[in-house]
Design a protein around this ligand. Structure first.
Ligand SMILES: Cc1ncc(COP(=O)(O)O)c(C=O)c1O
Length: 378
């Protein structure tokens, strides 16, 4: 019999230097940065406590069997066969995107990146001294995704890297096999390496959808991609800074690793411990988390359906609702909702100011209070 985990349990996070909770001094419910308010799985807590009890936290060498854990995870969860030597451990996914741009596109000036996307995708090309070319996106069928009909309009002669996010943040779209194949064909025609940020891939809420790792699409995709993953979002251990890049290509991988030398610090032992334990033993907690998040998503969808001027897009994955507030005609939406006591991420940060992003990785009661505040303010 499975143990029921209590996702309704509230844990005070203020005063812990939490980016999310210590942002506001006023009474504002923080529903912004993408971490959740749930204590992590007991099995992870136990592993961390056992590691802590050892008392020595020296430099830590990723063991081969830890890479094998990632191999087994992809095989079991995503039906993707990879090799342990393809796994490169990196403290963060954003760092891996920077590294890919720096190491794999030395002689190219342009980086292709989706138009409406998690803010780092906009800043990474610029931080790497490149031009950013935005790939058009569409809301066709209420689903924010790359507009594949317009892909061919991108100027690719000077681009080597295309940044991609699946599931998409914001919007939560889960790309289909057909879409991924179309993207792969485009990359093949234009000699592009695709950097696929798949950090949210284990947060699929629609039970009729499945995540497909980009490298599974074709031999070409496998050997011309960097696929990025982590346990950080799904298991709420983002502060422990541990992620991986899967690079199958034996020429690209050493270049990526060389770019890390002396710049990217080693992963801390607790980050490894949490990640490996999550992948090996987190399934039961994970499946109950998804049930709870589905309930939160459905609650929000029902509520917003009855609030004039706010439209929540159907959400297939992630704990990040993408809500259209354009009909409210607010001059400063962030300030308006903060004054109401609800702190959300402004859509402008993702390059669509008609929207706000609401993080519902929290107790249902907190969401109920947030909705009550929004109703009062409107
Ligand atoms: C799509 C996406 N990529 C990357 C990150 C951050 O990853 P990391 O903390 O591993 O750099 C986030 C965090 O919100 C995210 O949503």
């Amino acid at each position: 019999m499975s143990i029921p985990f209590n996702f309704d349990k509230a844990t005070v996070r203020t005063g812990t230097h939490s980016s999310k909770w210590d942002k506001y001094s006023a009474d504002i419910i923080p529903l912004w940065v993408a971490d959740m308010d749930f204590e992590c799985a007991p099995v992870i807590m136990e592993a961390l406590q056992a590691r802590l009890a050892h008392g020595i936290f020296g430099y830590t060498r990723p063991a081969n069997d830890w890479s094998q854990v990632v191999v087994d995870y992809y095989q079991q969860q995503h039906n993707w066969t990879i090799q342990p030597e393809w796994v490169v451990w990196v403290p963060g996914v954003v760092a891996s995107m920077h590294l890919s741009c720096l190491a794999l596109s030395e002689h190219h000036n342009t980086v292709l990146t989706p138009e409406i996307i998690y803010p780092h995708f906009h800043s990474i090309p610029v931080n790497c001294g490149k031009q950013r070319h935005l790939l058009p996106m569409t809301y066709d069928q209420q689903r924010l995704r790359l507009d594949l009909t317009k892909l061919s309009e991108a100027p690719t002669t000077d681009a080597k890297i295309m940044l991609f996010c699946n599931p998409q943040n914001p919007g939560g779209c889960v790309y289909t096999h057909e879409e991924l194949k179309q993207i792969d064909d485009y990359c093949q025609a234009n000699k592009l390496i695709l950097v696929s940020d798949e950090i949210h891939c284990d947060l699929i809420l629609d039970q009729n959808k499945k995540h497909i790792p980009y490298g599974r699409i074709s031999e070409h995709a496998l050997h011309n991609s960097v696929v990025l993953g982590a346990a950080s979002k799904t298991y709420n251990v983002a502060g422990l800074a541990c992620s991986w890049a899967v690079i199958a290509n034996d020429t690209l991988r050493p270049r990526f690793k060389a770019a890390m030398q002396g710049i990217v610090s080693e992963i801390n032992p607790l980050g490894f411990e949490a990640t490996v334990t999550a992948l090996q033993a987190g399934n039961e907690w994970h499946s109950q988390l998804l049930d709870y998040l589905r309930g939160n998503r459905d609650y929000l969808a029902q509520q917003f359906a009855t609030i004039d001027g706010i439209h929540m897009l159907p959400l297939a994955s992630t704990f990040l609702a993408w809500i259209d507030i354009s009909e409210l005609n607010l001059e400063n939406p962030t300030a308006f909702f903060e004054a109401a006591g609800v702190g959300m991420s402004p859509g402008s940060g993702f390059n669509d100011k008609r929207f706000m992003r609401l993080n519902f990785g929290c107790q249902r009661a907190v969401l109920e209070e947030a909705i009550a505040r929004i109703r009062r303010a409107l």
